[in-house]
Write a protein that binds this ligand. Structure first.
Ligand code: 7PJ
Length: 262
């Protein structure tokens, strides 16, 4: 899953793709490099980010979704928590909802049920503006897994087909570096959810902490983390550097498929 941010303030490519033409070129490149999904987001969820109005978010993402759908057959996902944006984005050609709030915003469950597209349910502790202030867990892996199971049950009860759902532990969303490392080390436990696991570690601050690298120097660390995630059972990797990640995942997938202890 290649990341296409159309926000002026997202932390690692802030502003660079904030114009439909540049976004479109980036989408083409990601498709050529082997992206299976293009994830388009207009609401920055980095820690401390400001809220974006629904209209502003629509103005950012809808033209980009329409343009991307014209230049490639690669499916588009919409990274949003707002039901109105989910509806318009799917109307414009998106075929997946990527919701960091796991459909907890009022109206989101109904929107996803009505739209009948794939949905990624992500775990987050707290709210984007404050989530990194003091994250705390008894056992982070157990708590994240049980939250995701509960959201699956709630989504299914709301009329969403279970086979449309994927789950994501939400690296960096209300988690310390130790929590993130524990989740990556024990990712296989998320298989208890019974759904494919999506992982987004690309360029995140835990990788900066581990390597002492700035955000634009974290590609090798991001590929390493993606490979570890695939070895831990992840099915979808959300990444900025699609070409490098695809290479890493080809190696990881071949090794995983050849392993005798899956
Ligand atoms: C994630 C996301 C993630 C999913 C962001 C960033 C911050 N969606 N949206 N998983 N992260 N599903 O790209 O670093 O980890 S925004």
């Amino acid at each position: 899953m290649g990341i296409l941010n159309v926000t002026p303030d997202s932390f690692s490519d802030g502003g660079r793709f904030d114009s439909p033409n540049i976004a479109l070129q980036q989408a083409r490149t990601m498709a050529e490099e082997g992206a299976a999904i293009i994830d388009i987001g207009g609401e920055s969820t980095r820690p401390g980010a400001d809220d974006v109005s629904t209209q502003h978010e629509l103005d950012r993402v809808i033209p980009v979704i329409e343009a991307v759908r014209e230049v490639t057959d690669v499916p588009v996902s919409i990274d949003t928590s707002k039901p109105a944006v989910m509806r318009e984005a799917v109307g414009a050609g998106a075929s997946m909802i990527n919701d960091v709030c796991a459909l907890q915003v009022e109206g989101a469950l109904q929107a996803a049920a009505d739209l009948d597209v794939a949905v990624c349910l992500m775990h987050m502790q707290g709210q984007p503006r404050t989530m990194q202030e003091a994250p705390g867990y008894g056992d982070v892996v157990v708590e994240v897994t049980s939250f995701l199971k509960e959201r699956i049950a709630i989504a299914v009860a709301a009329g969403i087909h279970e086979d449309k759902l994927v789950v994501d532990p939400g690296f960096g969303f209300g988690k310390t570096h130790e929590h993130n490392v524990a989740l990556l080390a024990n990712l296989r436990q998320l298989q208890d959810c019974g759904r494919p696991v999506l992982v987004g570690v690309s360029r995140k601050s835990t990788l900066g902490e581990l390597t002492q690298r700035d955000v634009h120097e974290r590609m090798p660390a991001s590929v390493a983390a993606a490979v570890i995630a695939v070895m831990g059972g992840a099915q979808i990797i959300r990444a900025h550097d699609v070409g490098a990640t695809v290479d890493g995942l080809r190696v990881a997938r071949a090794v995983r498929e050849s392993s005798t202890d899956q």
